[in-house]
Ligand binder design. Structure first.
Ligand code: UGA
Length: 432
């Protein structure tokens, strides 16, 4: 099938490359000339394990092409995926849909044969209705179908998530596009993915409800972890004990520094805004947003206690600063509030991140980036394990640094408290 992916950000590039790998002809379009030039040279502008290899392979065999010519690309494709950003509006909580509607306006004159226009970006309920209105201004409704096919990829696991999805959600109000999409996703369905066919509005809401629910699950376990710390109970036991109930499930029950990234913070806000628009108070999600916002403060209080309220001139190391492992993404990472706040209190901070230096801290006083784990922890008073990279999972702290022992605050519960304490380190973690 001939596909066009509009937008070569996370969703557009990963799904475009993976569709090409499944044997389709895919054109990835972006306005950004630099990005397209880089991609043509096999250079991938985002950090995603395994992506670069697939780009090179499929570009070489000509199933994957890159272009800045939106109109031409749409004309030569049957299925158009809109994969542009839907960030939070400046000074608001709702999703900024200007990029989506601009694309719809730009492509409305390029519908030269029947086209399926799909939103893969996360878009609020009724966005598909608006796109349909825009396209109808130039085209009869028999010439196109607007479909919602949300993406459930996680950064760092995107290729695996695309190839082995739990479910594929397709929302459309006509049967023809359903048939085409079922066929497109055939190779994944035959490997066990559930295909869910529903109305367009339902598909749009499934995406937001899923992200909001996962954010709720994380926030819930983080609050239970707070309680565990007060009553000497291990949060891991609670996660295991709860997770074995199939109605609850064990995933996304890891306590930590709160959820971050480009999706959960933005989507939880956007869904409450949709609720408000339709006069429905999504109070659970609103309280999740509030609780997660306070999470960094809560962990910083703990840092203060661990250091006996003496943060000034203390050397603090952060192992990992991105919002989670296997990504270089800093968006809404808890380190963005923790590091400046500790710096303000007079701490001297070094961080090591496997994805390198972060410009976000360039203007924060007394913050520097180290090139190795060893360099980052040398002379440290407190080492904070902020991100759960594999690189941090088997550090032999005892042999790494001779002499002065630092305190370890493991915000991801990577290590066994017993083992680390047996090496003579003071060790703190989350909810245990
Ligand atoms: C999330 C969803 O998991 C994807 O299904 C969805 O497609 C994507 O958003 C999106 O809407 O595009 P992502 O933001 O890449 O994916 O990252 P997650 O792996 O979901 O992690 C989100 C945050 O929750 C991270 O800060 C992570 O550290 C935290 N988390 C996750 C926990 O604190 N505990 C957990 O048990 C799981």
């Amino acid at each position: 099938m001939k596909l066009c992916m509009i937008g070569t950000g996370y969703v557009g590039l990963v799904s475009g490359v993976c569709f090409a790998d499944l044997g389709n002809d895919v054109i990835c379009v972006d306005k950004n000339v630099n990005k397209i030039d880089l991609l043509k040279k096999g250079k991938v502008p985002i950090y995603e394990p395994g992506l670069s290899e697939l780009v090179v392979k499929n570009y070489k065999n000509k199933r994957l092409t890159f272009s800045t010519d939106l109109k031409k690309s749409v004309k030569s494709s049957d299925i158009i995926f809109i994969c542009v950003g839907t960030p939070t509006k400046k000074n608001g909580i709702s999703a900024d849909l200007s990029q989506i509607y601009n694309v719809a306006k730009e492509i409305k004159s390029s519908i030269n044969s029947f086209k399926i226009i799909i939103t893969k970006s996360t878009v609020p309920v009724t966005t598909g209705d608006e796109i349909e209105k825009i396209l109808s201004k130039k085209n009869s409704k028999s010439k196109f179908s607007v479909v919602s096919n949300p993406e459930f990829l996680r950064e760092g696991e995107a290729i695996r998530d695309f190839t082995y999805p739990d479910r594929i959600v397709v929302g459309s109000n006509d049967k023809r596009s359903n048939r085409v999409l079922k066929n497109l996703y055939g190779p994944l369905i035959s490997k066990g993915a559930q295909y869910v066919y529903t109305s367009r509005r339902a598909a749009e809401l499934i995406k937001y409800a899923s992200n909001a629910f996962l954010a709720t699950k994380i926030t819930f376990i983080n609050e239970i972890a707070n309680l565990c710390e007060k009553i000497a109970v291990n949060i891991e036991d609670i996660s295991i004990g709860m997770g074995l109930d199939k109605r609850i499930g064990s995933r996304f029950l890891r306590a930590g520094p709160g959820y971050g990234g480009s999706c959960f913070p933005k989507d939880t806000k956007a869904i409450t805004s949709t609720g408000d628009k339709f006069k429905t108070n999504l109070s659970v999600i609103k309280s999740v947003i509030k609780s997660n916002k306070n999470r960094s403060k809560f962990l910083l209080n703990r840092v203060n206690e661990i250091l006996n309220k003496k943060i000034k001139n203390k050397k603090i190391t952060f192992l990992g600063v991105t919002f989670k492992a296997n990504t270089d993404d800093m968006r809404d990472s808890s380190s963005l509030s923790m590091i400046p706040s500790l710096s303000k209190k007079g701490a001297i901070i070094k961080y090591y991140d496997p994805t390198g230096y972060k410009k976000e801290f360039s203007k924060v006083k007394n913050v520097s980036s180290a090139n190795t784990i060893k360099e980052s922890v040398e002379g440290s008073d407190l080492v904070i394990i902020h991100t759960e990279w594999n690189d941090f999972k088997s550090i032999n702290f005892k042999s790494l640094i001779k002499g002065k022992k630092f305190i370890i605050y493991d915000m991801r519960n990577i290590y066994s408290p017993k083992k680390i304490r047996a090496q003579g380190f003071k060790y703190y973690s989350v909810g245990r």
